[in-house]
Design a protein around this ligand. Structure first.
Ligand SMILES: O=C(O)CCC(=O)C(=O)O
Ligand SMILES: [Fe+2]
Length: 392
């Protein structure tokens, strides 16, 4: 039965997103996300990835984005009519909720025709609360499960709400589709990417991230607040340490959050790894990559342990602390969740050093493919996914 046959055109698609892709998108969100548009909400949009020198991280979204558009067109009988209007990773943390609404309910949202919400993690495993409800019709309630997707029309036939998240981080990939070509996300992205292509890639590592303005990472709450980059590394047991010669809060009047834009080290307990990162996003991406690939890195370390040299680790001293005005407790209360209580794998700096190398391979491969795909996208005016090797 086509979804259009019902009074409430909608469909729940079980297991639509593979567990591997759920994890990869979680990695991207935790290493690139910014503070979102509502309290306790974080988001990673495709234009944001392009603007922070991470356009190559758009690639993992594309096969799923294409498949969702085809599925929505098929289910709702509008083949070749739709454009993607918005694609974003959105996480809701402790305290986030939304009351009854339809997704086209504001004048500036009228172009939205259909929604697809992909659940990337699971109720009761990764977060509590956050159940989805439709006001009328079936299914009436959905407990998010990693891999499931709910698609529905964005109009008043599908008024819905989301219960408050009690703890953990509830992660979705949300897309809206439109019939109005003026709101085609691809056209905007291609424009951004073509501008970037004009910038000659002479850097040896063109995939290194570039932080956005520090206010985009700052979550303010009453008299307190935290930088989401600092909070996320802290939840994994690390902190940022200043690079030699950089000011610290003690001896310089400069804005301490600006230190997160420059070179820094990673510390853990009373140790600091003797490896400079170009900025906080670079270090955060590596740390999140190591979390994503923890099992593979541990296995690889076992295999290579004999011949490898130990990484240089410094003892922390007073000038190896980056004092940013970050309320870590608040960050942990909002971002930390039930999955944090999983047994932690034993820590080794060797894994981090191996992770740095594997992170570089992962990013440089995506970047290589991106450079092949951009001219193809420019001539096709769409961001569709193709095997980059076929274009060579
Ligand atoms: O995350 C969800 O389950 C739905 C979110 C929602 O309703 C919205 O963003 O408009
Ligand atoms: Fe909604």
């Amino acid at each position: 039965m086509a979804a259009t046959a019902s009074e409430h055109p909608r469909r729940l698609l079980r297991g639509f997103v593979s567990p591997e892709l759920c994890k990869e998108l979680e990695f991207i969100h935790r290493s690139c996300g910014t503070v979102g548009y509502r309290p306790s909400v974080f988001s990673t949009t495709l234009p944001h990835l392009a603007a922070t020198n991470c356009a190559h991280l758009i690639l993992p979204f594309l096969p799923l984005r294409d498949r969702l558009k085809d599925t929505v067109e098929d289910l709702f009988g509008c083949e070749f009519e739709l454009f993607v209007e918005f694609t974003g990773l959105i996480s809701w943390c402790k305290g986030a909720c939304i009351g009854w609404h339809s997704d086209d309910n504001k004048p500036y949202l009228r172009q939205r025709d259909f929604a697809a919400v992909c659940y990337l993690n699971s109720h009761e495993k990764d977060f509590n609360g956050g159940l989805f409800h439709f006001k009328d019709g079936e299914p009436s309630s959905i407990a998010p499960t990693a891999g499931d997707v709910v698609v529905y029309t964005a109009d008043e036939r599908n008024v819905h709400s989301v219960d408050e998240v009690i703890d953990g981080e509830r992660l979705t990939l949300t897309l809206w589709f439109t019939r109005d070509s003026a709101h085609d996300e691809d056209a905007k992205l291609i424009n951004l990417l073509s501008q970037r292509l004009l910038v000659e890639h002479i850097e040896p590592k063109p995939f290194l991230p570039l932080p956005a303005s520090s206010c985009m990472y700052w979550l303010a709450q009453e008299k307190s607040g935290f930088d989401v980059r600092c909070a996320r590394v802290s939840i994994l047991g690390y902190d940022f340490c200043p690079s030699e010669g950089k000011c610290s809060m003690n001896d310089s009047p400069c804005d301490p959050l600006e230190l997160l834009d420059g070179r820094l080290y990673l510390g853990r307990g009373d140790e600091v790894l003797d490896k400079e990162f170009v900025n906080s996003l670079h270090a955060l991406q590596v740390v999140q990559f190591c979390g994503w690939k923890a099992a593979e890195l541990a296995t690889e370390r076992e295999v290579h342990r004999a011949g490898s040299t130990r990484p240089t680790v410094l003892k922390r001293s007073n000038n190896l602390e980056l004092l940013v005005p970050c309320d870590y407790k608040l960050g942990e209360a909002i971002l930390g969740g039930i999955s944090r209580h999983d047994p932690k794998p034993s820590f080794s700096w060797d894994d981090l050093v191996l992770g740095i190398a594997r992170w570089e391979e992962y990013m440089s491969e995506l970047h290589r493919k991106l450079l092949i795909l951009i001219p193809y996208w420019l001539s096709n005016h769409t961001l569709s996914f193709v095997d980059a090797t076929e274009l060579l």
